[in-house]
Ligand binder design. Structure first.
Ligand code: GLY
Length: 324
């Protein structure tokens, strides 16, 4: 049955069905460059570079995305991921991450403390356990068993910021270009196989124990190797409420472009959050790429950008947005 027969307008509304084909013989595929990597925010540039080197060295897409996002996890100056991430309101840095491959294999850790590279623990959950996600103390014990080092992730700078926050204790996560959250990376290799990774220290000043969208397959990250991939950044609760990344991929499956699909999900988020208290500070953004290597980013509010790396490009792209 042709792909077109699957296309329905049931929930796509006015989104025009595009002529994107997912058949590898389709001549459309020649139009776009692969391999290609996209990652959220400015720290995506450095992460993409390392992912690209891994890919070119033949390490494979999964290792490429893992090693790529580790750049942000290792950097104490990246205050929303890994070491030096802003803590919860009790002063604990708690990390969430997930990873997914072309076969729908996936692994995740949530509420992980004292381990700098949650993405690598997530990969081992995928490869060495019958499970998809380990959380909290169980995830920590597993990481230690696997040889990870226990370390304090609260840097002096993050501690200072936390003590300052405690003076007013006003929970209003600010997510923008200077103070981004989460690195999500999507990669399509030269065989057009797709891989993704997502890692974060989550919303600053969250309640101890809170887990966001980033370790949740379908929320912070999702891919289907027949269709494409999507990943999120921004306030995790809003992304979880809409099964954000899975929806972007499903909408692409119906024939929408990456941009149309991201836009559709951001519109849904906007609609259901307009009358909620967090509307005032809500920001969410998605990146997506399809089997063609065609990519896009779209956010609720202005200020989201993403990094692109391929044979011709190594640059930041300002995402389209719904609200100025
Ligand atoms: N998107 C990261 C979080 O909400 O935890």
């Amino acid at each position: 049955m042709s792909r077109r027969k699957f296309i329905t307008n049931t929930f796509l509304g006015s989104i025009a069905t595009s002529s994107i084909g997912f058949n590898l013989n389709d001549s459309n595929l020649k139009k776009f460059s692969v391999p290609r990597i996209i990652s959220t925010w400015n720290h995506g540039l450095g992460a993409n570079k390392v992912a690209w080197t891994n890919l070119k060295d033949g390490k494979g897409g999964l290792t490429a995305v893992e090693q790529g996002v580790r750049v942000s996890e290792d950097d104490p100056n990246e205050r929303s991921v890994g070491l030096g991430g802003l803590p919860d309101r009790k002063g604990n840095v708690t990390l969430d991450a997930c990873i997914m491959d072309k076969n729908n294999d996936c692994g995740a850790v949530s509420f992980l403390q004292n381990i700098k590279n949650p993405i690598s623990v997530a990969r081992l959950v995928m490869e060495k356990t019958p499970h998809v996600m380990l959380t909290g103390k169980g995830a920590y014990d597993f990481a230690i068993e696997q040889g990870f080092k226990s370390e304090n992730l609260l840097t002096e700078k993050s501690k200072e910021d936390w003590l300052k926050w405690l003076e007013k204790s006003n929970y209003k996560p600010t997510i923008n270009i200077e103070n981004h959250d989460t690195i999500s990376m999507l990669l399509i290799d030269s065989n057009r196989d797709i891989f993704g990774a997502c890692t974060t220290s989550g919303a600053a000043w969250k309640i101890h124990g809170r887990v966001g969208d980033s370790p949740i397959i379908g929320a912070g990250l999702f891919l289907d190797n027949d269709v494409g991939a999507a990943a999120a950044t921004g306030l995790g609760e809003a992304v979880i409420r809409t099964a954000g990344s899975a929806m972007v991929v499903e909408i692409m499956r119906q024939g929408a472009s990456p941009l149309e699909a991201c836009k559709e999900v951001v519109n849904r988020i906007s609609k259901i959050h307009r009358n909620r208290p967090e509307w005032e500070y809500l920001q969410v953004g998605f990146i997506a790429l399809n089997k063609n290597g065609e990519h896009a980013g779209y956010s609720l509010k202005k200020g989201f950008n993403y990094a692109l790396k391929d044979d011709e490009n190594e640059k930041m792209i300002d995402a389209n947005f719904k609200i100025k």
